[in-house]
Ligand binder design. Structure first.
Ligand code: HEC
Ligand code: HEC
Ligand code: HEC
Length: 452
């Protein structure tokens, strides 16, 4: 014990001496030091985009990073915390080591556990160098905000944060990032972003009984798709060829286009992915977008559902709609309400009107996403790469439950699509969950003040 104290004392003296020496050296190089520091803060700001920290740590209309966004965790409402550098209300008193522990291991400075609503299970892959830059950004590049967000108050037993140690022991992956076998430098970079800061698996990987992600990087289930409030976050396993269903049929360039701007030939973003694109992926630089797409293209799709053989089916639907004879109610409603934009080919128009043929939202086993878009409409995010936001009108007022069901059933089976039939009661449920007609703003994403 005494020996340890002495050692500590000696170490402390050496430390003081060393810091005196370096502070003199610092004075000599202070101008380059300041430039390096500014560069580090800039790097950290970019990494915070990769991690989409702003999305969760900003309340609707609130100051960036000041916390207070309610997150429905399935266990109750969890409020994000203030991560501005305010010492009393935010994380200003955190050391870099404490910041790294919160980010990668879900440990707060006081030693208690964070709820996994904070995606530390993904951020565990973040490198020391990136933690260093993020820390510099949060301490020096973010304005302190002196407010405390509402406290998370879950009911027993979930209010017992110590219980999360058990959860972490069972489910949290603490292994540092390692590149997939045989990965090129580009694919390795993509994997690092997707598995780590991008935390794509938090929505695109199915969760188990304890809300843990069921599959890890390297498993076939990883990124193979999951439902969020019955809305499909589709599989991102993109190895495949044109004509395959979902992202497996997308090219590298089409993936880049979607992540950078929220649109491409096959799809236009709606739902929760809209915020991800607006606040995060549209800010990725071209190299990083390309790396993410390259990595996703290496993941074999779980079930290669090829629709290449469906080209006959596509032509059949198109021919029937064009001839306009003996139409079903669903087909007629499509011509009257949808064909002007999405076309009788079901292919829409590249980057403006998404294709409905082979579309993941249309083919999802649960039709919630499709019905939501049909009834409430949608708008794509306005991004730096594609500034305009084109809305899709909502049809809640124009279509009865039965009409919407027949129309959706047609869309899910035309052009080679393979979604099951939709019933009027499916529509009724979704309609009831929507805000009253007229009060809905298309898409309705939150845009934190001061953050574009
Ligand atoms: C998906 C939502 C989400 C994202 C994305 C997210 N966080 Fe969090 N974070 C949370 C929530 C929720 C909490 C509070 C959890 C709790 O109370 O146990 C939290 C807590 C924290 C804490 C602990 C602060 C304290 O209370 O002492 C830090 C530090 C933190 N986050 C940093 C970050 C950084 C840096 C990023 C981006 C790289 C980020 N977070 C991204 C949801 C998120
Ligand atoms: C907050 C949840 C969430 C996160 C985080 C998230 N996504 Fe998504 N993503 C979704 C949802 C929901 C959809 C479906 C959007 C729709 O229906 O238009 C989607 C759609 C997509 C699509 C289009 C798939 C298709 O077949 O139409 C791609 C590609 C995609 N996401 C990639 C990513 C990548 C890469 C990341 C990580 C950088 C990511 N997502 C993170 C929720 C999320
Ligand atoms: C005035 C033009 C217009 C009309 C009419 C229209 N849409 Fe759309 N639709 C759009 C645009 C633009 C988008 C992209 C907006 C977005 O998803 O953010 C879109 C998106 C969609 C999507 C989401 C695709 C995806 O990748 O997530 C579906 C499904 C859809 N429309 C179905 C329909 C159906 C069914 C009808 C008829 C009831 C219809 N649309 C009528 C313009 C239109």
């Amino acid at each position: 014990m005494t020996q340890m104290k002495t050692t500590r004392f000696v170490l402390a003296c050496v430390g003081i001496l060393a810091s005196l020496l370096t502070s003199q050296a610092d004075a000599a190089t202070s101008t380059t030091g300041a430039a390096d520091q500014a560069q580090l803060v800039k790097e950290g700001a970019y990494l915070a985009r990769l991690g989409d920290c702003v999305a969760c740590h900003t309340a609707k209309g609130g100051k960036p990073f000041a916390g207070g966004l309610p997150i429905d965790s399935g266990l109750g409402t969890i409020y994000s915390t203030n991560i501005t550098p305010d010492r009393a209300h935010g994380i200003g008193a955190y050391t870099e080591a404490q910041f790294g522990d919160a980010l990668r291991h879900g440990k707060r400075a006081d030693g208690s556990n964070l709820y996994p609503a904070m995606p530390y299970t993904s951020y565990s892959k973040v490198s020391d160098a990136d933690v260093h830059a993020l820390y510099a950004f949060f301490m020096q590049g973010v304005a302190p905000v002196a407010t405390t967000p509402p406290q998370t108050d879950l009911s027993f037993p979930f209010n017992q944060r110590w219980g999360l140690s058990l959860w972490n022991w069972a489910f949290a992956d603490r292994t540092p990032f390692s590149a997939p076998d045989g990965a090129s430098a580009q694919v390795a970079r993509g994997a690092y972003i997707v598995e780590g800061l991008g935390h794509c698996s938090s929505c695109h990987t199915a969760r188990g009984f304890a809300m843990q992600e069921k599959s890890r990087p390297g498993d076939n289930g990883f990124l193979s798709g999951a439902y969020l409030n019955r809305w499909l976050a589709p599989s991102l396993r993109a190895a495949g060829k044109p004509g395959d269903r979902g992202v497996a049929g997308w090219t590298h360039a089409e993936l880049v286009d979607y992540l950078g701007s929220g649109r491409n030939t096959h799809a236009a973003v709606t739902g929760e992915m809209k915020d991800v694109i607006a606040h995060s992926t549209s800010w990725f630089n071209d190299d990083d977008l390309s790396a993410v797409a390259a990595y996703l293209k290496t993941l074999p799709a779980s079930a290669q559902a090829s629709v290449a053989d469906a080209s006959g089916a596509r032509q059949q639907t198109q021919a029937k709609l064009t001839a306009a004879k003996n139409l079903t109610l669903g087909e007629r409603l499509f011509l009257d309400n949808c064909a002007a934009c999405h076309a009788v080919t079901g292919q829409g128009a590249a980057r403006v009107f998404p294709s409905l043929a082979g579309n993941s939202t249309v083919n999802a086993s649960d039709p919630t996403g499709l019905l939501h878009v049909m009834l409430a409409g949608a708008s794509m995010p306005s991004t730096v790469r594609s500034p305009s936001a084109l809305p899709m009108p909502g049809f809640a007022v124009r279509l009865s439950d039965d009409e919407a069901a027949q129309l959706a059933t047609f869309v899910r089976s035309g052009w080679g699509n393979r979604g099951a039939a939709v019933t009027a009661s499916d529509v009724e449920k979704i309609r009831a969950s929507l805000p009253k007609p007229g009060t809905l703003t298309a898409g309705d994403a939150h845009h934190p003040a001061g953050v574009q």
